[in-house]
Ligand binder design. Structure first.
Ligand code: UVW
Length: 320
């Protein structure tokens, strides 16, 4: 066999930990089950200053929106504005002379800041919890974003500012880090990663994207967490419900050890049911954490409730 041929995910993750069946055969929200009333109340008790930070990237950023290759950035389309009531225009005539503006967006649900549904990605013909991958045909009948949107995500989150920890404005293409690095980063920041914490990881890779423009996609390889069996076991043992990052795909795009793409999507999302939140804007939050030294906060997010969708745009909120 050609030693440079990357292994199949079925083989690479043959002995990997799994949470399938842990919350019942019908479960569609996975590790979000770890966030119950106890976690919500503990997170609310972290609020002491009342400072609020929204984490969604601006859709239509003039500097450009990063998207996974093959997707297009969200586009806002003006449908009605004052010009529609110009001479011979198509603006509807309501009694009293009302005019109004309407617009719509053409957007990948996995573009911009987003929640991935647990059925967004799979290998070996099975999605999260062992549902057949054919249940995704024509829209996700299982593990869509809908059950996640209906329950919402509220809990204690910890910002892990890996870029700052490494003393750089932004991580480089293909730069990797491990759960041990996250622990070291937390220690340097004076915060403890507790079981059932939502992990919010900053690489500031968007700065590189804005500096590089379209050439960003040449040799596309984002920085991020890198797969190891120990890392996956740590996520399972720590009962991490949700991983939020400022990159497009939350992990180094191609695992440098195996050559396989998106191994952590497979090992964390498909196998453990960890929800992934991507392309978050962490800059204002990170600046504030560096200033006041408080890296743990209340995190609240509600993806859009879209039937059968594989993901949804979201504007998460961090409250300190
Ligand atoms: C893919 O899974 C391909 O993309 P993402 O999860 O980053 O949206």
């Amino acid at each position: 066999e050609n030693p440079t041929t990357p292994p199949d995910l079925v083989d690479l993750l043959a002995d990997a930990p799994s949470n399938w069946g842990k919350w019942g055969a019908d479960d569609e929200v996975g590790a979000l089950n770890y966030l119950g009333p106890e976690q919500v109340l503990a997170a609310v008790r972290l609020v002491s200053s009342g400072k609020v930070f929204t984490l969604q990237r601006l859709i239509g950023d003039p500097k450009g929106d990063p998207v996974w290759p093959g997707r297009t950035p969200a586009e806002r389309i003006q449908v009605l504005d004052e010009s529609n009531w110009d001479e011979g225009g198509s603006g509807p005539a309501y009694p009293g002379g009302l005019h109004y503006a309407d617009d719509k967006i053409d957007a990948y649900l996995q573009g911009s800041t987003q929640y991935d549904a647990l059925g967004h990605l799979w290998y070996g013909g099975k999605i999260y919890n062992g549902f057949d991958a054919r249940t995704t045909v024509g829209g996700l009948d299982k593990a869509s974003v809908q059950p996640i949107a209906e329950r919402g995500i509220v809990g204690r989150a910890v910002l892990l500012d890996v870029a700052r920890f490494r003393g750089k404005p932004t991580l480089d293409k293909g730069e990797t880090f491990t759960h041990e690095d996250l622990l070291a980063c937390a220690q340097a920041q004076g915060v403890e990663i507790q079981p059932r914490d939502i992990l919010v990881v900053r690489t500031n890779f968007l700065q590189l994207f804005h500096e590089q423009g379209e050439s960003f996609y040449e040799g596309f390889n984002e920085p991020g967490l890198v797969y190891s069996p120990e890392l996956v076991r740590w996520f399972q043992d720590m009962e991490i419900p949700n991983l939020v990052t400022d990159t497009i795909a939350n992990e180094v795009t191609v695992d440098p050890n195996s050559g396989v793409a998106l191994v952590l999507h497979s090992a964390l999302m498909r196998n453990l049911g960890v929800t992934l939140t991507e392309i978050a804007d962490l800059e204002r939050l990170a600046a504030d954490c560096a200033e006041d030294g408080r890296y743990a906060f209340l995190y609240v997010a509600a993806p859009l409730n879209i039937a059968k969708a594989a993901g949804s745009p979201v504007n998460p909120v961090a409250i300190k």
